[in-house]
Write a protein that binds this ligand. Structure first.
Ligand SMILES: Cc1ncc(COP(=O)(O)O)c(C=O)c1O
Length: 439
């Protein structure tokens, strides 16, 4: 299992250095921190905190950059809806020409609702239910990414019953270490995902003989936040080898879904480069006459979102800074020991730095966003922005400690809009019933 990557030297991560490394953020002398052209203070004044803020311009730019890198290849981008499933984000992706990679019936319906054509949707996931398979087939999505022999039989039975033929690809498990955090590594033989590499050729042949099934190719996804091209290259080389074997046995293989996983800057990492990624695709699959797919999530939206929060209080002489955002909002630090840059929002927060633990108010020690983080002195009601929260942020929120889901705003140039109102406290129990026998 891969160890978590070591945290960077703290001295390099002063708030001003963190802002300088992010072109979508600027500090304005009077208004404080701006995302694109919008002062974050204006959003916090209007919506309160905690509030997620997404930059439409950044998402658009990232999608255009990846699209340009892939030009010349028959390659299609399917945005991984799990990373950020907001309708406005999905609409923006659709407008930029991306399809969707979904992992549940809910995500499929969201993607459709946001305007993504069924013919642009692929469905991954290790445990699709019969209802979800029926939904996918009745919507007529592009393909189901099959993760087991058992699932293949289920799809065959359901499709035959519906009088349909399911276009499928087999998701192989290439047994390649992505070199990322163990909890987001998905392509090792030990992981639950996909079909063991050595079993895939026989299963492909079996798929071709099943009623209601039309095998189109292969898929793989080895993990997330991958910064080096080496694991991608190793996994794709194994897939290319399998495709050659299948073709030599007379099977038609026309599609290769290359998964997601491109890593982004959180601290001071060099991001995965779309050009380098496209180079690997060209090298491994370029002359094979395949339709290629990618399923990026984090790379498209991770940097484009932040979580705006206010300081409730500082305690123990500033050793702890307690925010109104918590692990129920952004769980990544608690769940993956993830590093998130945190910067003050106010115009005046640029005095001398002191180390502080930045924590939320939830009753868990794990509710800690940062340890020993150099920050200017912060006081009650000062605001901070927790950066790189656009992927696996709001989608993973819970209402733990009866904390309502935070509001979400989207900025675009100098405009901004609320794209989700803050959940009301009453709605937290609106679906709950007290049984009669309790009186
Ligand atoms: C099958 C599949 N595709 C795509 C992704 C998106 O990954 P990322 O956000 O790292 O690009 C995931 C996420 O783990 C996934 O499981």
């Amino acid at each position: 299992m891969a160890a978590p990557s070591p945290l960077p030297a703290l001295d390099d991560l002063t708030p001003e250095a963190l802002i300088a490394a992010r072109p979508f953020l600027k500090r304005h002398a009077q208004s404080g921190l701006l995302l694109e052209e919008v002062p974050l203070n204006a959003i916090a004044d209007a919506l309160g905190t905690p509030t997620w803020v997404y930059s439409a311009g950044t998402m658009r730019k990232r999608l255009a950059e990846l699209t340009a890198a892939l030009s010349g290849l028959d390659a299609h981008i399917h945005f991984a809806v799990k990373s950020n499933d907001h309708l406005a984000v999905l609409r923006l992706m659709a407008q930029g020409g991306a399809g969707a990679d979904v992992v549940s019936g809910g995500e499929l319906l969201r993607a459709r609702h946001a305007g993504i054509a069924a013919s642009n949707i692929v469905f991954s996931g290790v445990g699709k239910t019969a209802d979800e398979i029926r939904l996918a087939l009745s919507e007529g999505i592009y393909q189901l990414n099959v993760e087991s022999a058992e699932e293949l039989e289920m799809i065959s039975a359901i499709a035959s019953n519906m009088g349909k033929t399911a276009d499928i690809v087999l998701r192989i498990n290439p047994d390649v270490d992505a070199g990322t955090h163990a909890k987001i590594t998905t392509g090792l033989a030990d992981n639950k995902f996909g079909i063991q590499y050595q079993d895939a050729a026989a299963l492909y042949a079996h798929a071709a003989s099943l009623p209601g099934i039309s095998p189109q190719g292969l898929a793989l996804h080895i993990g997330s936040q991958i910064l080096s091209m080496a694991p991608f290259r190793a996994a794709y080389a194994r897939a290319a080898q399998l495709i050659r074997t299948l073709r030599a046995s007379g099977h038609s293989v026309t599609r290769m879904d290359c998964g997601g996983g491109l890593g982004i800057l959180y601290a001071d990492e060099a991001e995965a480069s779309p050009a380098a990624f496209a180079g690997v695709l060209r090298q491994e699959f370029g002359n094979m006459g395949l339709t290629l797919m990618t399923e990026p999530g984090r790379w498209l939206v991770g940097n484009a979102g932040l979580l705006l929060s206010s300081v409730i209080l500082t305690k123990a002489d500033g050793r702890f800074t307690v925010l109104d955002a918590a692990m129920n909002d952004l769980v990544r630090p608690a769940m993956y020991d993830a590093f998130h840059a945190i910067v003050p929002v106010g115009p005046g927060n640029n005095g001398p730095l002191h180390e502080t633990d930045i924590v939320g108010p939830v009753c868990e020690t794990g509710d800690t966003f940062a340890r020993h983080r150099p920050m200017p002195s912060l006081n009650s009601a000062d605001r901070v922005a927790i950066l790189e929260a656009g992927a696996y942020g709001a989608v993973m929120s819970s209402t733990y400690n009866s904390r309502p889901l935070a509001a979400i705003a989207m900025v675009d140039g100098a405009n901004w809009a609320t794209i989700r109102a803050r959940q009301s406290v009453e709605s937290l129990w609106s679906g709950e019933l007290i049984p009669e026998f309790l009186g």
